[in-house]
Ligand binder design. Structure first.
Ligand code: FE2
Length: 198
């Protein structure tokens, strides 16, 4: 088994420090602790150059140091920026329900740990979504439960509920199968998601 690359381990360590500090929902806490326990066993590493998309030009704005006052959020952003050249960004297949018309060229996501990640495994998924400004992500759902670590201003919705704005460092829980969506305002939206499928 290959060693986990240092930049990946740094990102995971920083992510779970933030999760430990900012996650408040009981289900999310349990989910995050299961993911962290599973990550103590490393899996296959896929070495390869990362691939960007035009929307990745928004990453500089989304990771501007002046946005992050909290030292643990700063550490997470720094670890993400250091890892980013190795990431492969994609436009996901699937639902386009209620997506904004600019969605195809104004959004990308990257799987960091998971079936198509740098670390290949099926029991969990950790990745990042990037939306350019004024983009509405489609309504979608998936069987694994999900915890979001929100790193930007931006709004989120579950089922047909009201849009809510967790803010930078905000977190929330998507139960298995729940329909959810997100949308950016006048600035890009960056968020980390952690899905437990074990
Ligand atoms: Fe999701």
């Amino acid at each position: 088994m290959m060693m986990r690359p240092k930049l990946l381990q740094n990102f995971l360590d920083a992510t779970f420090v933030v999760a430990d500090r900012f996650v408040t929902d009981h289900h999310s806490k349990l989910s995050v602790s299961r993911i962290w326990a599973a990550l103590q066993t490393h899996s296959e590493i896929s070495e390869g150059a990362g691939t960007g998309l035009p929307v990745c030009s928004q990453l500089g704005d989304a990771t501007k140091p002046s946005l992050f006052q909290d030292p643990e959020l700063c550490r997470l952003i720094d670890a993400f920026v250091a890892l980013e050249p190795a990431l492969s960004w994609r436009v996901p297949d699937g639902s386009r329900l209620h997506a904004s018309t600019n969605f195809e060229h104004s959004h990308a996501n990257t799987v960091i740990v998971g079936p198509s990640g740098i670390e290949r495994r099926d029991d969990l998924l950790i990745g990042v979504s990037l939306l350019a400004s004024n983009v509405r992500y489609p309504d979608h759902s998936h069987p694994p439960e999900e915890t979001y670590l929100v790193l930007s201003d931006g709004s989120f919705r579950q089922k047909n509920g009201a849009w809510f704005t967790p803010g930078i460092g905000g977190t929330f829980y998507n139960s298995p199968g729940i329909v959810h969506a997100m949308r950016s305002g006048d600035s890009p939206l960056l968020a980390v998601w952690l899905l437990w499928a074990g």
